[in-house]
Design a binder for this molecule. Structure first.
Ligand code: PHE
Length: 466
């Protein structure tokens, strides 16, 4: 087969692919979402299930996405069309690409609003807003922000503009260099925060919460009411853990597939995917180790929800020496991490518009940005004027998050696993991976049996069948 080339260009090396994909993976999912859903789902047992999902579902599916992308060398929609024709499968497999485009757009709409919180906190930190703040002060800071639709809208607008700017310029020219320095810097700052957490006197309690499994707490959500702990059976914690494995690794919607389509031919897919998975997991765990000791030291609620990091970390910055500097830097770096994820959420759609509608990247970015911005207003209002508007007992934001992370991404991942393990000829995937036979057999067993089965079992469990 003559080798296909991507019309959008190629990463200049394997390292750049790894940086870009890590930039996509590491984002608000690690620093913002992982701690708060871990807090809501009782800690250690949730973390174990999440780690298991990363290993047996996430990494094999990441390898599959990169492999398909690199073989197809187009937007996920067209890659799936081309590969299904080549492999003698139905054209309808391009639906995987379509659902990915939709999921990316839905996720970006709320992702941008949360990234806007981080932007607002950059200014807060830089102007000394955290100095000596206590737990209740930091809570009112947060409530004031999310209660104000105009401010949220302004920050959401700024973040969408930043995203559109890079997407218009082209991902490769855009964030490539920034990611090289800023990601390691974010990691170092998280380690500084762990250092602070060690001095709170509650470090062991935090670690205990994060790493000692308590399956009762996973399956029940408990609240202390008037000094008495009250517990009820919780929603679908296992599905949430699995959904988060997809979300945090940017899987199931074509982001990693489209990045794979820009990957040089000779680079090792397996090694890259394992490394990206490890780095992403490390960042999440370190964020958790920084946050939970602060939660316990200040008598805060681990299950406080989406505001958790915004209601805990400022206490640390307010108390530590140099906190104004570290606090500003931290939120700047968090914005960068979110930025490099946001561009990958929209890249599959941009690539398709360029390929099929003959649009320039600039036009594609502007149109997509506009539509995403409008939808994002729903999330903006769900924290204030629409906070009582519930669908299935969830706010607009909660519903979007649940629908995308827990349903659309795992479903997309399941289809990708079935396509690569059952429909694609073994020779094709083996040829694309070009790895040692033993490694290939492990991947093949995982993608054909274990990963799809795990996703199906978790889905059935969530709807009460298993
Ligand atoms: N992985 C990103 C994060 O953890 C979010 C993301 C999901 C990005 C899906 C792209 C695709 O923040």
């Amino acid at each position: 087969m003559a080798e296909r080339q991507s019309i959008h260009g190629q990463w200049s090396s394997r390292l750049i692919f790894i940086l870009a994909a890590t930039g996509s993976a590491v984002g608000l999912g690690n620093v913002w979402k992982f701690p708060y859903i871990t807090g809501e789902n009782g800690g250690g047992a949730f973390v174990i299930i999440y780690l298991l999902c990363i290993a047996v579902v996430g990494i094999p599916i990441m390898m599959a996405e990169v492999m398909l992308g690199r073989r197809g060398r187009q937007s996920p929609i067209n890659t799936m069309t081309t590969l299904s024709a080549e492999e003698g499968a139905s054209r309808e497999w391009s639906l995987v690409g379509w659902s990915g485009v939709l999921a990316g757009f839905l996720i970006l709409s709320y992702y941008s609003v949360i990234a806007g919180w981080a932007l607002a906190y950059v200014v807060r930190a830089a102007t000394g807003g955290f100095g000596g703040v206590d737990a209740s002060g930091v809570q009112s800071l947060f409530n004031d922000l999310v209660g104000d639709p105009e401010r949220l809208m302004a920050w959401h607008t700024l973040f969408m503009l930043m995203t559109m700017f890079v997407v218009a310029k082209g991902v490769k020219a855009g964030l490539e260099k920034a990611v090289t320095y800023l990601m390691p810097a974010l990691f170092i700052l998280l380690v500084v925060l762990v250092g602070y957490a060690m001095n709170t006197g509650f470090f062991t309690q935090g670690l205990d919460f994060l790493f000692t499994p308590d399956f009762y707490k996973l399956l029940h959500s408990c609240q202390v009411v008037d000094g008495v702990e009250q517990c009820e059976v919780s929603g679908s914690p296992i599905l949430v853990a699995m959904g988060h494995a997809f979300f945090t690794l940017s899987l199931g919607m074509g982001a990693i597939m489209v990045y794979g389509s820009y990957m040089p031919k000779k680079a090792s897919i397996a090694g890259s995917a394992i490394l990206i998975g490890l780095l992403d997991t490390l960042v999440a765990l370190v964020a958790g180790m920084a946050i939970f000791p602060i939660v316990f030291a200040n008598g805060l609620e681990p299950g406080a929800g989406p505001g958790l990091i915004f209601q805990t970390l400022p206490i640390a910055f307010g108390a530590m020496p140099g906190g104004q500097f570290f606090g500003t830097l931290f939120f700047v770096l968090l914005v960068f991490a979110a930025w490099s994820s946001a561009i990958s959420l929209i890249e599959p759609a941009v690539a398709w518009l360029v390929e099929n509608r003959n649009m320039t990247r600039i036009r594609a970015a502007v149109w997509l940005g506009l539509v995403t911005w409008v939808l994002g207003l729903g999330t903006v209002f769900s924290f204030n004027i629409w906070s009582d508007v519930k669908f299935f007992d969830k706010t607009f934001f909660d519903l979007l998050d649940y629908l995308t992370a827990n349903i659309m991404l795992p479903l997309g991942g399941l289809l990708i696993a079935i396509f690569s393990g059952w429909l694609m000829k073994k020779e094709s995937s083996r040829d694309e991976f070009a790895m040692r036979p033993a490694g290939y057999s492990i991947w093949w067993t995982l993608i054909r049996y274990i990963s799809p089965l795990a996703v199906i079992v978790v889905f059935l469990n969530a709807i009460g069948i298993l």
